[in-house]
Every structure is written in structure tokens, then in C-alpha cells.
Design a protein around this ligand. Sequence first.
Ligand SMILES: Cc1ncc(COP(=O)(O)O)c(C=O)c1O
Length: 430
Amino acid sequence: MSTLTIFNAAARDAAEATPSATTSRPIPAVIGADLEVPVKGGRLVGYANLDYAASAPCLEPVSAAVAAALPAYSSVHRGAGYASQLTTARYEQARHTVRAFVGARPDDAVIFTRNTTDATNLLAGCLPAGTTTVVFDTEHHASLLPWPQAVRLAPPAFPGAAVRAADEALAAIDGPKLLVVTAASNVTGELWPIAALAHIAHRHGARILVDAAQLVPHRKLNLTALDLDYVAFSGHKLYAPFGAGVLIGRRDWLAEGEPYLKGGGAVRSVGDDVEWHDDPEPRHEAGTPNVLGAIALAAACDALSATGWTELVREEERLIARLRAGLASIPGVRELSLWGDDHPRVGIVSFTVAGYSAREVAEALSGEYGIGVRDGKFCAHPFVRHLLGTADGGCEDGTASAVRASIGIGTTQEHVDRLVEAVRDLVSRR
Ligand SMILES: Cc1ncc(COP(=O)(O)O)c(C=O)c1O
């Protein structure tokens, strides 16, 4: 059998292993849905995982896709053997799947990274010389910090003010410019007006990077329809905790930027001089890539698409509305919000409880009720300080922190009700 025949057979096998995104399927289960954890007194209770925004559990179809890829696991882009060809085809198929998942343009680069932080840093290293980045202080540090030359904008009072602030800031900048914005806040869950911001960016000849880490597990994103230049997200927040993330977007800056890692795979030839690939994917994916991570990420994309967003969003909105209403009914509980109660949001709620530090609440929820939440400033220090009205304080400053509950596939009404009743119980003790 010739190498070409082997490759074609491998590509067909890889494609056959990819589920069709057109068939509507039931909401898949998550691995660990029946996890039991110890609480005070030594009792075991079912774990109420309400910490999806930090890292989501693995979907069963994701775990199955990884298990299915393992028997033929081999090197990618390097081997003539069938297993190597098949693994290469699966890896490249994953790129296509992720591209389709976000509705990217056919010529967009799809670069597998470790996570969103890795993706934003990769792009930061590829900005044309002299690029100014405009970023809001509401961003997660992954999107706030990587930029060599940044203009930081204060948290806007309403969505239109975000568009106006970006408009003014971009107008004042000469030379290449990039606007960076999160699609859904990791602190409040609130959705940002990314279509309007993309429009404004382009009117000023700027590009836009959307941090979609908290959006893609909850809503359909269409990069082409929204006219976004770059999108970044993490597999582990998308039910694929196998260490891969992705940067998707326009090829030119990525084709010219400094290779992110220097080594095998990123070069065309090495003699006295080095000729780097100018295709962004090999240029920035030196070394052996995280094949299983990419396969897992693609399997999550397939599973969500196959389930259908209408059903996923309906169930999430029902549960998050119940959670927010429950918390709002408890005296001394304050939900954090930039744009008010009615602004659309994904399944994330951050709150404070009068008389308790965030850490005390989180520890009590875990130790007494078997509930997992996050407490702190969620790697968004300027934003959380703004929302809490506190002046300063780093990671260790418990007075300037909040509790965050976040939901997704696998969250049940019982989890939500348990959290509300646990917080009510804590408040009644003070
Ligand atoms: C909005 C947002 N952006 C970026 C990140 C960073 O993601 P990662 O830790 O996967 O790099 C997070 C993680 O919490 C996030 O919520």
C-alpha cells in the first residue's frame, strides 16, 4: 500500500469517527455526575459541582473520543506508519471541527494552544510592531495582561458606553490597533456587545480579539457572522479537560509573527539559516502537539453542536434564573453585576454574603453541604475591585473577594436549590 493510500484510508477512518453535527441528540452526561464527597461528620453526599466557570467536567462523548483514539495513538506529522497517519488525520480533523464550531472563515488559522492564556499570549507575540491594544479593566488577566502596549479603559456603566469608550480610544491611536474584549464575563456572566465592538474596531482600521472562554460552553458563536478577527478559548472550560485550547483567526499577523515555540515542526529547513514555516499552524505548534487534547476539544464541539443550543440554553436559563432568584431572596446576599439584573448572561453568578468572607462561605459550602464553588477575585482583580467598591487587595485579601457559582451540563435543580438553602442557613446563623 502506498503512503498516499494509507493517508486516504486514515483520513476516512478519522472522518468516520467524527459524529455528525446535524443529528440532534439528548444532552450528554458528564463524567463524575455520581461523585460522592465527604462532609462534616464523615457523611458522604453527592457532589454539587457549581464551579464550571473555573473548569468544567468531562463530557462522556469527549472521554469516549479520547478512549477511541488511544489504541491507534501515535506521532503526528512525522510517521509513515498507519497509526501515525490515522492520528495525524484525527488531529487535522479536529482543526476542521473546531473551525466549523465557531463558524470561522475557510482561510482562518486554527492553532491549538494549551488554553486561552496561551492563545492570547501567542497573539500578543505576533502583533505588528507598534500595535496598541485597547482593553477594558473588566477582563480576565489572560486578556488584560499580555499586551506590550495597552490602553486600559474603565469598566463602562452600560453596554453603549463600552462601545463609545472603545470608539474614542481607537480614534485616538495611530498605527496598528487591536481591541480585546471578553464575550461573557467570568465574574458576572454578563454578555458583552461584541458585534457592535467589532463594527467600531473595523471602522477605525483596528482588529478585534474576542476572549470566548466563558461564552462557548454556553452559547453558539459565529466568528464570520460577527466579523471577529480572532477568537480564543480553552478546552477545559468546554467539557474537554485534556490540556488544549485554541486561537482562531486571520492568518497574516500569525504568519509573520515570531514562532511561539522554536523547534521541530515549525521549520521548513535548518542550515546556517533557519527557514520558518509561514503557515501559522506549523509555525506556532513546534514540538509534538497535544493530540489528545485537540481530539477532546473537537469531540466537545461535536457533542454540543449535536445536542443543539436551543435545548442547552433553555435548561441553563431556567437553572440560573432559579439560582439568582433564590439568592436574591436571602437578606445580606448581594449579586455582583456591571449592567444590572436584566442584562443577559451565561450561567455564572458571583455574590457576597454580609458577615462572612468569601472564603468562609466557600469553605462552609464545601465542608457542610458538599458544594463546590470558587471564591476570590477570579483572576480579574481590577473588575472585582470595581464591583465591590474596594480600593486594593491582591489574591490573599479576603475582604475584597466574592463567591462564584457557575453551572453547565450536568447541573441539576437539586444542586441549585442546595446552594440557595445552604446560603440561607449560613445567613440565619449570624
Ligand atoms: C474569560 C476568561 N478568559 C480567560 C481565562 C483563562 O483561561 P485558561 O486558564 O484556560 O487559560 C479564563 C479562565 O478563567 C476566563 O474565564
